[in-house]
Write a protein that binds this ligand. Structure first.
Ligand code: GBH
Length: 481
């Protein structure tokens, strides 16, 4: 067996997954094509002005529904070993249920998967990346526990239909973002602003849905299909603003508990939410007169077992924050006041295109080490990481080149020096795409997409060329017996 030895020029194991990622609603377009049902993001964009930059929407986007073969050319040009994509639930099951299957949708994803495999690229498939079928939102969406068996049926349908060829699955992408941005801040679909209540409920139902689908895979599909299933958890890396200050240290712990811990503790550590999170919510409830009702639900004996329902850790990492107490007056019900942690940027961190994305590659290494130490040393795939461009187009995107070079070097050190079991790295994103509320104004692609051109022509950025070289370099590096 070949293995790469530290100091011999390769920090990455020979079977390391080198990938790029996308999501259905961000690239496919074809929002009504061939029988697809509407999703909550279609509704969110169409229903009301002022929600998305420039009143843009994902109706056409990169038009990957019609131009998949162009995407495949991009994938091959990068020399990826893996490609992470998501399935549009409403393209496969227009009303969200298996009562009606849209065969055109099945054909589309069958072709994508078969084409990838024939080019020696392994698919990693996300079942849910923010785009709930509108028909299910109309029945209560993620706030309703009814969603759990519906998601499980959809998941089983996908395992049954595609699992002979797909070996890496993500059930839900970033439950934190769906819960908080979708149901507390209202800046993502379904656009609800129900601070301090709904996000916790949504997160709870997402954990139930994930766990139920994992158990289905484990019982009925794993024996034959032999794949692996997880959920993708997003987290920044957090550090105390003043490392010598007790209050800042405690605020940092709360912030980690409310971000990484919210979903990682139940699945990887205890089967329940972090104690820090529950006690912070309970004491705020007490203070604001919600004493009787627990806003953070509990898992009961009727729920699926959540602990242990991940075959690897899927991490979406973008940035880091310094933390101190505060961020809110503490008088308003909401996650911010529950968390009591104010996040600030270190002035030494450069900002990429979007204001939230401070460039801190070293934070990834620290977060990986933290995951190893606190979550029982799981195998880790970095399922998203990337850098955005805003404003005038630069095909020579030198800052993004530096970003990827520095970040991948940090991943290598996490493997080599910290012994973190990192199995793969997926750049976000293959293509410039529909960046949710920021529309097309924020470009995360390794390929530029010309959205003013009917053909949506794709052109590789300098960063795409450099990423391709990096992959070749690490795949060719000297490995010894
Ligand atoms: C990912 O989330 C998504 O999975 C992906 O679809 C998306 O394209 C990619 O990020 C790039 O944005 O607007 O100030 O409230 C990453 C985690 C959490 C990062 C929410 C942005 C919003 C900050 N995201 N955060 S703000």
């Amino acid at each position: 067996v070949l293995s790469c030895v530290p100091g011999r020029g390769n920090m990455f194991p020979p079977d390391f997954a080198w990938g790029a990622a996308t999501a259905a609603h961000q690239i496919e377009g074809g929002w009504q094509a061939d029988g697809k049902g509407p999703s909550i993001w279609d509704t969110f964009c169409h229903q009301e002005k002022g929600r998305v930059f420039g009143e843009q929407n994902g109706d056409v986007s990169c038009n990957s529904y019609e131009l998949w073969e162009k995407d495949l050319e991009c994938i091959q040009q990068l020399g990826l070993t893996h490609y992470r994509l998501s399935l549009s639930w409403a393209r496969l099951l227009p009303d969200g249920t298996t009562r009606h299957v849209n065969q055109k949708g099945v054909q589309y994803y069958n072709k994508v998967i078969d084409d990838l495999l024939s080019c020696n690229v392994s698919p990693m498939i996300t079942l849910y990346h923010f785009d709930l079928p509108q028909a299910l939102q109309d029945q209560g969406g993620w706030k309703s526990q009814e969603i759990v068996p519906l998601f499980d049926s959809y998941a089983r349908f996908c395992f049954q239909t595609f699992g002979d060829r797909v070996k890496l699955w993500i059930t839900i992408n970033e439950p934190y973002v769906c819960a908080k941005l979708g149901h507390e801040d209202g800046i993502h679909a379904p656009g609800l602003k129900e601070a301090g209540i709904s996000a916790y409920l949504v997160g709870h139902n997402m954990l139930r849905a994930h766990a139920t689908a994992w158990h289905s895979y484990d019982s009925f599909y794993r024996p034959k299909q032999k794949g692996a299933v997880s959920l993708a958890i997003n987290s920044d890396w957090f550090e105390p603003l003043d490392p010598g200050c007790k209050e800042d240290i405690a605020a940092t712990e709360r912030d980690l508990a409310f971000t990484l811990g919210w979903f990682a503790w139940p699945v990887f550590v205890t089967g329940d939410y972090p104690e820090t999170m529950r006690s912070a919510i309970d004491s705020q409830s007490e203070k604001l007169g919600y004493g009787g009702s627990s806003r953070l639900p509990s898992f009961s004996k009727d729920d699926p077992t959540v602990l242990g329902t991940a075959d690897f850790f899927a991490l979406n990492y973008y940035t880091s924050r310094k933390v101190k107490p505060g961020g809110d007056s503490g008088q308003m019900l909401g996650i911010k006041s529950d968390r009591n942690a104010e996040e600030v940027l270190d002035p030494s961190w450069p900002i990429s295109g979007v204001s939230w994305l401070a460039v801190v590659p070293s934070g990834l290494r620290k977060l990986l080490k933290y995951i190893k130490d606190t979550l029982n040393n799981p195998a880790v795939y970095i399922t998203e990481n990337g850098f955005s461009q805003v404003g005038p187009l630069q095909m020579e995107d030198v800052e993004r080149c530096e970003f990827y070079k520095d970040t991948i070097f940090e991943v290598g050190k996490a493997i080599e020096e910290d012994g973190v079991d990192v199995r793969g790295y997926f750049a976000w994103s293959l293509l410039d795409n529909f960046e949710w509320a920021d529309g097309f104004s924020v470009r995360f692609g390794l390929f530029h997409v010309d959205f003013s051109d009917a053909k949506r022509s794709r052109t590789i950025y300098r960063s795409g060329q450099e990423y391709a070289k990096t992959i070749v370099k690490y795949k060719r590096a000297i490995c010894v017996q």
